[in-house]
Each structure stands twice: as C-alpha cells, then as structure tokens.
Design a protein around this ligand. Structure first.
Ligand SMILES: [Zn+2]
Ligand SMILES: [Zn+2]
Length: 283
C-alpha cells in the first residue's frame, strides 16, 4: 500500500439494487434493447472511440471485490505494460503463461440510448429483470418496499455507454450493410433499435445484436426531446475519451496491490483540497 492512499480498506459495496450504472451490462438474463447513438461504422474510425484495457484481477480485493478493467495510460508509463515487457524479456513467448502476466485488449465504445424494459419504482429505484427474466416483487429499499407487481415495465430511456470487442462492433458494420428498406436502400444503424441476445458467461459469452427495424414505428430514433426529462434536465452524451481517462501509474500500482478505486478518488479529492488551500493563502 503506497502512502498516498489512506489505509482504510474499501467497504464492501452491497449489490446496487435500483441503481443504473453508466455502462450497459449485457447478460444472458434478459435481452437489452438499445439505440446506437454514435456513428460506429468503421469508415469513420475517428468517431467510434477505442481504448486499450487491462483486467487487473487483484484490484479491489481488499474491499472484498474481484478485479477491475482499467484503461492503459500508454506502454511507456503503464506499470502493467512495463511489467509485461520484463516478463517477455525473461520468458519470451512463454511469458503469457506467467501468473503475473496481464492481458491487454482493445475495446470499442459508443453512446447508446437504453430502451430496455425496466420497472421504475416511485422512490426512483430502477429494476432490470432478474436472472429468471422476472422482476423483483417488492422494492429492495427498506424505506420504500413498494409492491413492484403493480408497476408496468417501461423503457429505461437513458443514455449509457456500450463497450465491446471488435467482434461486437464488426456485427454493427454487418447490420449497417445488410439492413435495408423496401427500396433496398441500407438503413442507418442508428435508426432502429437493436436487441442483444447473449449466451454464456465469461470467456464463453457470445453477444448477438439483432436489428429490429420492424419496431421503428414503435421506437423512433431518439432526439433531443427524448433526452430531456419532464423537469427540463437534459441527459448529455458521454465524452468517451474523458469517461475512460486512464488512471495514473501510481494509482494502477495501488489497484495491483489489491486497493480499490474509492481510495484513489478519496486521495485525488484530498490532493485537490490541498491545492485549493494553498491557493487561498493571501500573500
Ligand atoms: Zn498498459
Ligand atoms: Zn422503491
């Protein structure tokens, strides 16, 4: 544990019932339905965002969680790339089998509009279907405990981030080419909802995006209006480069030692406060 990070150990975070994370999680439990918002077609590589990631299995261990995927800050400064290079120098092609070797993978990202059917509780908790495809019967928030059976599922209607492999984004290219209208003209991928059929878990996971142009009359390509809540707040698209900004090398080392991201954010906040206090000294 480096000194910079308070040795508090991250508390175990309970499973976040009722919360919606920015990243879409595609699971075999239920088919997600999304509109792709960015132009992910590969002829526009500048528009579709990519990043190199490392899966750090030791990260968050001290907080009882296992592993975290991080953006590589660049092979020159990244502690993982540097350590991998040392292993390569020592073991050559066998380095990949070394237990300390950490894989690197290229990931593709896009903003999406998630219209998966969920149940929205009166307390603002949001419930996706569970593993059996059914919804929870009662709100998990003890102060609420609303009977969810009474509520009808409705589209989530939230801008989120979809991250996937090249294979997944190649599927998008296929859809872009193959989905055509009555005049045999190709329909822009962003015009229709896409359903994600998922089977298997972990390395066995396969994701099949299914175009749903037949639903275009029911679900229109989302516009500014769809991003605006009744109270006037507007959902912004994610700035994907900022959203996936890499951790600093010492922060990555902290994760490799089993630390959690909460300690990192706490340390950053403390550093910002120090800076501000210094600035306030009136000389
Ligand atoms: Zn790296
Ligand atoms: Zn509730």
């Amino acid at each position: 544990m480096t000194e910079k990070f308070a040795d508090t150990g991250s508390p175990t975070i309970p499973r976040n019932y009722g919360r919606v994370s920015p990243f879409v999680k595609l699971t075999p439990d239920y088919p997600a339905m999304l509109f792709v918002l960015d132009n992910v077609h590969q002829e526009n590589p500048k528009i579709s965002h990519t990043r190199w990631t490392h899966w750090i299995p030791q990260a968050q261990r001290m907080g009882g969680q296992r592993g975290l995927s991080v953006t590589c800050p660049g092979p020159q400064i990244c502690p993982i790339c540097i350590s991998n290079q040392k292993l390569k120098n020592a073991y050559g092609s066998k380095s990949r089998q070394h237990k300390e070797y950490i894989n690197t993978s290229k990931r593709f990202l896009t903003n999406v509009f998630d219209i998966t059917e969920v149940k929205k509780c009166t307390c603002e908790a949001i419930y996706f279907p569970m593993e059996d495809g059914e919804f929870l019967e009662t709100c998990a928030d003890e102060t609420c405990s609303t009977d969810l059976l009474e509520l009808k599922p409705e589209p989530l209607n939230r801008i989120r981030v979809l991250e996937g492999s090249r294979t997944l984004f190649d599927h998008f290219n296929e859809l872009q080419k193959s989905v055509v209208d009555a005049d045999d003209e190709s329909i822009d991928l962003r015009e229709y909802p896409i359903k994600f059929s998922v089977s298997g878990y972990g390395r066995q996971k396969t994701i099949t995006p299914i175009s749903m142009p037949q639903l275009m009359s029911k679900y229109k390509r989302p516009t500014e209006e769809d991003f605006t809540s009744p109270d006037g707040t507007v959902q912004e698209h994610y700035d994907l480069a900022r959203f996936t900004a890499p951790f600093a090398p010492d922060e990555i080392n902290h994760l490799k030692e089993g630390g959690g991201i909460r300690d990192i954010f706490a340390a950053r906040e403390a550093a910002t406060v120090d800076e501000l206090e210094e600035e306030e000294i009136p000389f």
